[in-house]
Design a protein around this ligand. Structure first.
Ligand code: PLP
Length: 386
């Protein structure tokens, strides 16, 4: 399907709403029935129509159709956060006594689910280094029901070979879930590589304006219906019509935003690479990246998130660098218009600063949509100070 068609037209039925170009926000909690029979039919299967906005809603449905098509999936559910999408996809597919194989260091709240919540229900998790496919094979137990992936993962940007891992999982009847937040649906399509459920935080590139928190799952209609009828409706994790409308709006400009971010990232990368205070840069589309070949094979692009280490004599220099940036904001998340930075040392107490720990000298930079010189000049002036 043509990407412009998906973004501009798919799911939109303008004749139903006065031929308005932009879709309406159907801001209603409930929907009216004219006959008892119609009501009965929907009570039997809420996944087929509109009863109540905790379930399905027409504004959200426009978004669902577009996001399913972008992922080349049959169906989609949209959540009020990426984290609730993680939660629902896992909880709907696990029971007491099951085992999960997860890539090392998945997103923080996925880790908390695996480490703090699931053990209460007798579900265990084994973490593996995801850069070698054999590690997944070795960790699989007779009771393994889910392989959980995130590629590239945040900070170290390690990749997992999606096709190879999906093939192993399929041969053993294990469900695969992949967090695709880094690439966005434009630059990586896990479903087309055999992954069962693709997941992403729409807070990042799809929203694109740092003003909405949302999450997405795509997969088969049977799987989406199963999740809808379990966690989605019981936990009430669906997105609101207004936030869905903001995401539809975000999608309109997703390709052009990613182009600008990608071009900027290339220039920022070149600047950092030649700078004498920069020790090492981690970016999947850089030739020095250990998994560069795999990145080229399964990703269409790498967008704006990279990590780098600074050559400094003390961790306080990293603090000085970050606090002297004038335009690049110190904040979590990514995918918006604005460049952002997080220092690794923000995760340790000051008394534990240790210059020999490389992770404390690490910085995660998100390159936004500003003019490239604006970002580079800001980095340059802050590097001059240390
Ligand atoms: C941000 C993020 C999430 C969580 O999404 P929210 O929308 O913040 O709940 C999940 N996975 C990754 C990789 C993320 O970066």
């Amino acid at each position: 399907m043509d990407i412009s068609y998906i973004i501009n037209e798919l799911g939109e039925e303008r004749e139903k709403y006065f031929n308005a170009v932009a879709p309406p926000i159907i801001q209603t909690s409930n929907f009216v029935f004219n006959t008892v029979d119609d009501m009965r039919r929907l009570f039997e299967d809420e996944y087929t129509g509109y009863i109540y906005t905790r379930g399905l809603n027409p504004t959200v449905d426009i978004l669902r159709k577009k996001l399913a098509a972008l992922d080349e999936a049959e169906d989609c559910l949209v959540f009020n956060s990426g984290s609730s999408a993680i939660y629902a996809s896992v909880m709907a597919n696990i029971k007491s006594g099951d085992h999960i194989v997860s890539v090392n260091k998945p997103y923080t709240w996925a880790q908390k689910l695996f480490n703090n919540i699931l053990p209460n229900f007798g579900v265990t998790t084994t973490y593996v280094n995801g850069t070698a496919v054999e590690n997944f094979e070795k960790a699989i137990q007779p009771n393994t029901t889910i392989i959980y992936l995130e590629t590239p993962n945040s900070w170290y940007l390690d990749l997992q070979d999606l096709r190879a891992i999906a093939a192993i999982a399929k041969s053993k009847g294990i469900l695969t879930i992949c967090d695709n937040s880094y690439c966005s649906p434009l630059y990586q399509k896990p479903i087309t590589m055999g992954i069962d459920i693709a997941l992403q935080s729409a807070t990042k590139y799809i929203g694109g304006h740092s003003d909405v928190v949302a999450g997405v799952l795509t997969g088969t209609t049977a799987m989406m219906k199963k999740i809808f009828e379990t966690e989605f409706c019981t936990a009430g994790t669906g997105i609101s019509p207004f936030n869905a409308w903001l995401l539809i709006r975000g999608l309109r400009t997703l390709p052009v935003r990613l182009q600008q971010i990608t071009a900027n990232t290339g220039k920022v990368l070149a600047f950092l690479q030649q700078h004498e205070k920069v020790e090492e840069i981690i970016f999947p589309f850089d030739k020095s990246f250990p998994q560069y070949e795999l990145a080229k094979k399964q990703m269409g692009g790498a967008c704006g998130l990279l990590s780098f280490h600074l050559k400094v004599k003390k961790i306080e220099d990293i603090v000085t660098f970050c606090e002297n940036l004038k335009h690049i904001l110190m904040a979590v998340s990514w995918g918006g218009y604005e460049s952002l930075i997080i220092p690794g040392c923000a995760s340790v107490q000051e008394q534990d600063y240790d210059i020999n720990k490389k992770s404390q000298r690490m910085l995660r930079l998100y390159v936004g949509q500003e003019e490239p010189e604006y970002i580079i000049n800001d980095l340059q002036q802050a590097l001059n100070i240390i």
